[in-house]
Design a protein around this ligand. Structure first.
Ligand code: F6P
Length: 543
């Protein structure tokens, strides 16, 4: 970390100046003055192509942004992360999700111990177990093979597995039923299990801590469901496995430690889909495809670690994101995958980006005087076009967009894929260049409608292009965003790896729960709004 506070660094000051000169310029001018712009403002890494020419930057902006990264100590910070330093200072932990995809034989040390052999031992155990389930060799309590797998977890123990399952459906063994239960709302569990036979159902209880209220509540309900269906406590051993770092809690829950797959405190929840937390993914797509996904992650790790800043995809996207968030004060980013299989990718990214960089104090605990992590949202194209794109085209907010597209479809069907690609290119073009009032008039539009039909343009976007969405490509995409988050966190000087902001709500909920459940009128010491709501709910429920 640089000892100079971010907003006093030389490059930051220069960027404030740069912002004043660039913010009035239009992408139309940038392109008309510079026919080589697209060729220059694009790069390729680990097989992903990034076009970032439709951003409101000059060559000078990019140079200054890279200088800011260097001044902020990005290069040292990157080495410190890969090396296993305890960079998550508020939790005193290393941050080593990159070790989860290090190839066999690589070396990564935590407290003097090489962790790569343990990573591969776990992968081997996961693979053997996944194969047993896939082949039907893993039998339930009654001797029937398991055909349904239900992952119970929340946050990082759910969003990654769900996203990967949806993204890699073409690789999923279709005769297995794979479901996910996360919400403490009983509806989630009830709907996920209503048509399943307990004799053929395996629950994968995924929780780093094995204390998360939602997951433990769902796991207990699953155990009851299983016992009611199968009539014996002994069934738990054949129908429950756990993925956790907390062996004692797993055992206390009643799951045989031999049915537990571990990971380590240096894997953050939202960075864990490629750890044992990916067990449901591995069962679904098979160990070989899972390892291809890990190889994709690793390829992007290597690109991030070794490519010069000007040719580095995660660094480039991180700097552009920071440019809009901190200088243009853009409060959102739209993630727009033009692939139906990526329908859960924006939800996955919401935790990755917002739980990581939704912080307002710097690493030394002082309030920051600049804007940090924006709100991420998105939907797969073309659905979003018929919903919220209106605001992105003509609203008052500046919404930088990340378009993601694939040259080939997993489901070639007539002209569908050409139409999909035509749409993603058209959207990026329309956002950047818009349509002027003169152009609208030139089309014979009545004068009263001209302002309504004018598109201001100058709305920035990146386009990430890959050949097809396969396991390796998914790994590359996820690692790309992990490293974007890291890079931004380093420059903003915030800890991207803790999540204290989720604690207060958890603590208050455990205080309110007995107040809702109590048979006697409980003394309530909340604010008048919360007290009144508790009384009203109790009243509605006849208490
Ligand atoms: O919401 C907070 C959080 O700690 C996330 O960071 C994490 O992914 C999620 O809860 C689930 O935690 P666990 O895997 O320990 O159940």
């Amino acid at each position: 970390m640089s000892p100079v506070p971010l907003s006093q660094r030389k490059a930051w000051r220069a960027l404030e100046e740069e912002y004043r000169s660039v913010q009035g310029c239009h992408l139309r001018e940038f392109f008309s003055m510079d026919p080589a712009r697209a060729g220059r403002l694009s790069c390729e890494g680990a097989g992903l192509y990034l076009d970032y020419s439709k951003h409101r930057v000059t060559d000078r902006t990019l140079t200054l942004l890279r200088a800011l990264a260097t001044e902020s100590g990005l290069l040292d910070a990157r080495e410190a992360m890969f090396r296993g330093d305890r960079i998550n200072r508020t939790e005193d932990r290393a941050v080593l999700h990159t070790a989860l995809r290090a190839p066999r034989g690589a070396q990564v040390f935590v407290d003097g111990r090489d962790v790569v052999p343990e990573v591969h031992e776990t992968l081997d155990r996961l693979s053997a177990f996944a194969e047993q389930v896939r082949t039907g060799a893993w039998k339930g309590f009654t001797g029937k093979p398991v055909r349904n797998v239900v992952n119970i977890g929340i946050g990082g123990s759910d969003l990654g597995p769900v996203m990967a399952f949806e993204a890699l459906r073409p690789y999923v063994m279709r005769d297995l039923v794979i479901r996910f239960v996360s919400n403490v709302d009983g509806t989630d569990f009830a709907e996920a299990t209503r048509d399943l036979d307990p004799a053929e159902t395996l629950f994968v209880v995924s929780s780093k801590t094995f204390t998360t209220q939602e997951t433990m509540t769902n796991a207990l309900s699953a155990r009851t469901w299983c016992l009611v269906g199968l009539g014996s406590d002994a069934a738990v051993a054949r129908h429950f496995v756990a993925v956790s770092t907390n062996a004692a809690k797993v055992e206390a829950f009643g799951i045989d430690p031999r049915n537990m797959f571990g990971f380590w405190d240096w894997v953050g929840g939202r960075y864990s889909m490629d750890s044992a937390i990916g067990l449901s993914t591995m069962i679904a797509i098979g160990p070989k495809a899972f390892r291809e996904m890990l190889a994709g992650f690793h390829a992007m790790d290597e690109h991030f670690r070794t490519a010069p800043l000007e040719a580095n995809l995660p660094v480039t996207m991180a700097l552009l994101g920071l440019w809009y968030a901190s200088f243009f004060k853009a409060q959102t980013v739209a993630v727009l995958p033009y692939d139906q299989y990526l329908k859960r990718f924006p939800a996955y990214l919401q935790q990755l980006t917002m739980e990581s960089n939704g912080k307002s104090v710097s690493s030394d605990g002082r309030p920051v005087d600049y804007a940090t992590g924006p709100v991420y949202f998105g939907e797969p194209g073309t659905n979003g076009q018929h919903s919220f794109y209106q605001l992105i085209h003509q609203g008052t907010a500046l919404v930088p967009c990340d378009f993601i597209a694939f040259a080939r479809s997993q489901n070639p069907l007539g002209r569908h894929h050409d139409m999909l690609l035509a749409n993603v290119l058209a959207q990026a073009e329309a956002l950047a260049f818009g349509r002027t009032a003169e152009e609208v008039r030139g089309e014979g539009v009545p004068e009263a409608l001209v302002p309504h039909r004018t598109f201001p343009g100058n709305r920035p976007s990146s386009l990430i292009l890959a050949e097809r969405l396969d396991p390796a490509t998914l790994g590359k995409l996820v690692a790309l965003y992990e490293h974007i988050v890291f890079t931004q966190g380093v420059i903003w000087d915030i800890n991207s790896f803790d999540q204290w902001g989720v604690e207060l709500g958890k603590a208050l909920a455990s205080r309110i729960l007995p107040e809702l459940e109590s048979g006697e009128e409980p003394p309530l010491g909340h604010d008048s709004s919360t007290n009144a709501l508790i009384r009203r709910i109790r009243g509605m429920r006849g208490k």
